[in-house]
Design a protein around this ligand. Structure first.
Ligand code: SF4
Length: 186
């Protein structure tokens, strides 16, 4: 039987570049990689193939790709993808909603979030009773901003409650709820 191990995503902290120390393309005395390899012209297929082979062996490939997308780095080969291959990913980044990032942030890690992920953090923090002060720290915003976000959520929750009450009342008024004679013959 084959066992597959999936390594959980480990997102880099904002401003952390230490992952580059493990990059296969890091040029050193013992690893004389030609940096030009990673900036090929679209028709330089041999160069592209050679760079992709190196990326395929790179332990920080995922982090490299994330860093390129989050930093808007559209030049060269990153994370095993050419500029042209990455283009649609750059366009879609704003819509990313990765719950492993949301969880990492709630746990106190300072990582890159999209707007959708920030909203998810606020919602998760609210539901789990995280204080406004802690939310402010997690998102690096002011306490006033965190208070405002919680106020908006409380208001939305109240409005939802009112809507549900109205629906329940109208069902009861129509006799669709509150009956105790289900199953009896008329
Ligand atoms: S994935 Fe490729 S471009 Fe990125 S660090 Fe590794 S070798 Fe370099």
């Amino acid at each position: 039987m084959t066992t597959t191990t999936i390594t959980p995503a480990r997102h880099r902290q904002l401003g952390d570049h230490t992952w580059q120390d493990d990059a296969v393309c890091q040029r050193t005395e013992y690893n004389p990689v030609d940096p030009d390899l990673f900036f090929p012209e679209p028709d330089e297929t041999d160069k592209i193939a050679a760079a992709k082979v190196l990326c395929g062996q790179c332990p920080v490939r995922r982090t490299c790709l994330d860093a390129a997308l989050e930093g808007g780095d559209t030049h060269g080969i990153r994370g095993g993808m050419t500029e042209e291959e990455r283009e649609p990913l750059h366009e879609k980044l704003a819509h990313r909603l990765d719950y492993s990032r949301v969880n990492d942030t709630i746990a106190g890690r300072d990582i890159h979030l999209t707007q959708a992920e920030r909203r998810a953090v606020i919602y998760a923090a609210f539901r789990h009773g995280v204080t406004e002060q802690r939310l402010a720290w997690l998102l690096k915003v002011t306490e006033e901003h965190a208070q405002k976000k919680y106020r908006e959520l409380r208001r939305a929750q109240r409005n939802r409650g009112l809507e549900q009450n109205t629906e329940t009342s109208s069902l009861m008024a129509n006799g669709d709820l509150g009956r105790d004679d289900f199953g009896t013959a008329a």
